[in-house]
Ligand binder design. Structure first.
Ligand SMILES: Cc1cc2nc3c(=O)[nH]c(=O)nc-3n(C[C@H](O)[C@H](O)[C@H](O)COP(=O)(O)OP(=O)(O)OC[C@H]3O[C@@H](n4cnc5c(N)ncnc54)[C@H](O)[C@@H]3O)c2cc1C
Ligand SMILES: NC(=O)c1ccc[n+]([C@@H]2O[C@H](COP(=O)([O-])OP(=O)(O)OC[C@H]3O[C@@H](n4cnc5c(N)ncnc54)[C@H](O)[C@@H]3O)[C@@H](O)[C@H]2O)c1
Length: 491
């Protein structure tokens, strides 16, 4: 490794009591943990600074608890959709057991097992709020109120994630709204729940709490749910939610809230429409970056902004090549798997630069997170599920590509008909006509989440349509939709 200066530039000449590491990671969510594991495995002394629970939002208030809430109703619906099996389903969900299952998947909101794992991969952990104090320099305010000074020889990686953002509406404080944190960790089922926001958190949490017994009203201010997806996705997901008993109101903009009595109901005012009276109200209205109180101003960046990174995950606008970002805070693709991908790329770039090796940072190179722009997969775990990768038809057109959308009714594939009686679903492939490769694919229907990776491989691999023709899907699986899409495309 190249011998870099000790890195305490930010602390000036008074560099006593500074702990020097090769790599300092601030934020121990999935990207922070993965980045640290990899730089340590390459021989770099690495520390993670975490102010809350090691494992981040995903482990305790996002992916894991939300999917643990959504899986039991999905399993029940799957059994009910198959003649013969249906007769074995006598009751509904055991709500207490579902909540206990969720608690277990959130590790009881304790991070002991992740701490043990971090120790097992020889990465150090410092508890506390980290902030930059100039180039390569970090100050940590410990839970006891003390301050530690850390310096980095090679890199500081900001993996500080995102937080829910709630609009500034009249009556917000009085209403004590839920954010995604309460929606994934609540221990009682509200009789009535209003959900504001028709994005991913809104639709998933509306589905989960409806299944647990709440009367749910979903308020989306736009004309459809999941507006960034192919238009048929929002339509089919709305139909599924309505079928489960959720009242879905689109074009419904919340103008204010009231909770006149502390333990009484909350009134959610809707512009030009009827107010909704509920016991709890969830705001699922997007995220803001975890860049406040992070000392960004000490390196010429603006606190509260998303971090702008190049494809090797180096933060742009900071000289010296020592500052990296990975995960939600980069706003590249706010998904756990994508954040971990960024962490793998960033770690390899940090190690290569530490060894003075040339970076392989051309598109799809070892040190370029190209998939963030071209092949991001995502699954929405509602009933029906939605799954997509790459560009929608609209995105592709806006990017100036000459494309054609190929659609197929997933319900008419034999595998889908076997999967569930009356299967409803749809598939779309977006084909780049100039290169004859797929640039996007979207599926809606029960179980499509497990179909998605085939599409991710086709899009990331830029597999020519002529070769995809030889990738024969097994009969009778839902994957036969691939054959139908290709037949439709070829005519
Ligand atoms: C309800 C919900 C469900 C979701 N479901 C899915 C899903 O099914 N699949 C999926 O792929 N994605 C899902 N996501 C998105 C996923 O949770 C995020 O993409 C992921 O958590 C991002 O990881 P991260 O480490 O970047 O951020 P975070 O998970 O937010 O972790 C950041 C960590 O940094 C720490 N931190 C922040 N600032 C400091 C500081 N100054 N000093 C020290 N520590 C600090 C925080 O305490 C936290 O532990 C979901 C999100 C929500 C809200
Ligand atoms: N299964 C998954 O992969 C999964 C699940 C949950 C969350 N996530 C990730 O977490 C992130 C956050 O999800 P999210 O649903 O909070 O954000 P989002 O950006 O997906 O959706 C927020 C929605 O709220 C609406 N909105 C914003 N302000 C509003 C207001 N004042 N009134 C009414 N509506 C308003 C927006 O128009 C948007 O449709 C996303 O990036 C998502 O990818 C992923």
């Amino acid at each position: 490794m190249t011998d870099r200066p000790d890195g305490a530039e930010g602390f000036g000449p008074d560099a006593a009591d500074v702990d020097t590491y090769d790599v300092i990671v601030i934020g121990g969510g999935p990207p922070g943990e993965n980045l640290a594991e990899r730089t340590r495995a390459a021989g770099l002394r690495t520390v993670v600074v975490e102010r809350e629970l090691l494992g981040g939002e995903c482990s305790y208030w996002a992916c894991m608890p939300s999917k643990a809430l959504l899986r039991p109703p999905a399993a029940l619906a799957a059994a009910r959709a198959v003649p013969g099996a249906r007769a074995a389903v006598h009751g509904g969900l055991d709500v207490e057991e579902v909540l206990a299952h969720r608690d277990a998947f959130a590790s009881g909101w304790q991070d002991d097992s992740q701490v043990e794992w971090l120790r097992s991969v020889d990465v150090e952990l410092v508890r506390g709020q980290g902030r930059l104090a100039g180039p390569r320099s970090v100050v940590v305010t410990t839970p006891e109120g003390g301050e530690l000074r850390l310096a980095a020889r090679h890199a500081v990686a900001l993996c500080t994630g995102s937080r829910a953002t709630l609009p500034d509406l009249p009556g917000m404080a009085e209403a004590r709204p839920w954010s995604s944190r309460e929606a994934t960790s609540a221990r009682h089922v509200p009789e009535r729940l209003a959900v504001v926001g028709g994005g991913v958190v809104g639709v998933e949490m509306a589905a989960a709490w409806r299944a647990l017994g709440s009367r749910v009203t979903l308020l989306a201010r736009g004309g459809s749910l999941l507006p960034r997806w192919e238009p048929f996705v929002g339509e089919l997901v709305a139909e599924g939610l309505a079928g489960a008993g959720v009242e879905v109101r689109t074009g419904a903009s919340v103008s204010g809230l009231r909770r006149p009595e502390e333990s009484g109901p909350v009134v959610v005012e809707v512009s030009g429409g009827n107010a909704v009276i509920a016991d709890e109200v969830l705001f699922a209205t997007g995220r803001r970056p975890g860049t406040e109180n992070l000392g960004l101003e000490t390196v010429g960046l603006t606190p509260g902004d998303w971090l702008s990174t190049d494809d090797s995950l180096q933060v742009e606008g900071v000289p010296g090549g020592w500052l990296y970002g990975a995960g939600d805070v980069t706003h590249r693709a706010m998904l756990t798997h994508q954040g971990k991908y960024q962490a793998r790329i960033a770690a390899e770039a940090i190690v290569a630069r530490a060894r003075d090796q040339r970076l392989d940072d051309a598109p799809w190179g070892r040190h370029a997170a190209t998939a963030d722009r071209r092949a991001v997969p995502q699954v929405v775990f509602t009933d029906p599920e939605a799954a997509s990768v790459g560009l929608t038809l609209e995105d592709a057109r806006q990017a100036g590509l000459r494309v054609r959308a190929v659609d197929y009714d997933l319900g008419s594939v034999a595998g889908a008909a076997l999967h569930a009686e009356g299967y409803r679903g749809r598939a779309r492939a977006v084909v780049d006509l100039d290169r004859e490769v797929l640039v996007g694919a979207t599926f809606v229907g029960s179980g499509v989440g497990e179909l998605l990776h085939s599409a991710t491989i086709a899009v990331a691999g830029e597999v020519p349509i002529a070769r995809l023709w030889h990738a024969v899907p097994s009969f009778p699986t839902m994957s036969e939709v691939w054959l139908r899409l290709l037949e439709t495309y070829r005519g």
